[in-house]
Design a protein around this ligand. Sequence first.
Ligand SMILES: [Zn+2]
Ligand SMILES: [Zn+2]
Length: 326
Amino acid sequence: MAIREGKWDCSYCGAVGIPGPETKCTGCGSLRDKDVKFYLPDNAPEITDEAELAKAKQGPDWHCGFCGVDNVATATKCKQCGAGAADAATHRKVQEIPDAPDSPAPAPVRSTPAKPGSKKGLFIFLGILLAIALGLYFFVFRTQSQTMEVTGHAWEQSIQVEKFKLVVEEKWADKMPAGVRELSRKQELFKTEKVKTGTKRVKTGTKDLGNGRFEDVYKDKPVYEDRKIMKAKVRYEIERWVPERKAQAKGEGTDPKWPKIDLRQGEREGAKNSTYSLLLKGPKGDSLTWTTSKQNRWKAFVKGQAVNAEVRASGGVADVKALEKK
Ligand SMILES: [Zn+2]
Ligand SMILES: [Zn+2]
């Protein structure tokens, strides 16, 4: 650990860069101030002389409270007035000074006062949003009650037919179902991990030794490396129920039927779906359709009945209710 010589500045005559170990100003001869601040210039050379190193390591200087002179740590009596080291002596601080980070921290984002124009922009943006919402409401979702006449019923019912058959899937080897026929396998990147591969010594700061010298401070910092984790990915064949065909039946009237299906070898019935439509006619002869999945509600309407239809601006019918008989 390198030890280097620091400097101090004289607060009486303004001389700068006085060698750290000097206890008197090289310009005016004033004593080192009680509150003197040592500093380490960039590229200060390393001390290599054994005797000088020993002086650096003996500890912080102490400041005599009686005459104001600085004494080395090992001195038991003040070199100027003879006062004991234990009487009114102030030891200079030994402290660590962290290095400034390599990359300067990003400048804080200055919050600029809002310009009149930017506020105007916000209002325009909000205005456009409001216009879109109103437009959707007026031209698509807005409904209007309209008296209409039921002109007929229509229905459509379907059954999905599924077949048990071989399909090809791909999964990580450890997620593959048991007892399947493997087609191929290859190594693929599963994930990337940060792995600690060692440590490196990094200079993190300097230590003010309190006697005009500084010592470099090092710390062990972990070194990480990205490591790719590969895993086997497998393509295999497996038997599964898959949609095969759809059987559909449709017609008019209020008696819906399910399509007839002849299940072949290895087939089964899957999801069923039904849609019921009520055909409506308006006073001006316009025709509309209300569609629902609720058979009972649909069946309850009869041909020729007057109903109240909630007609959307887009032309769809949101709901239909029987008109109260007067
Ligand atoms: Zn001076
Ligand atoms: Zn003294």
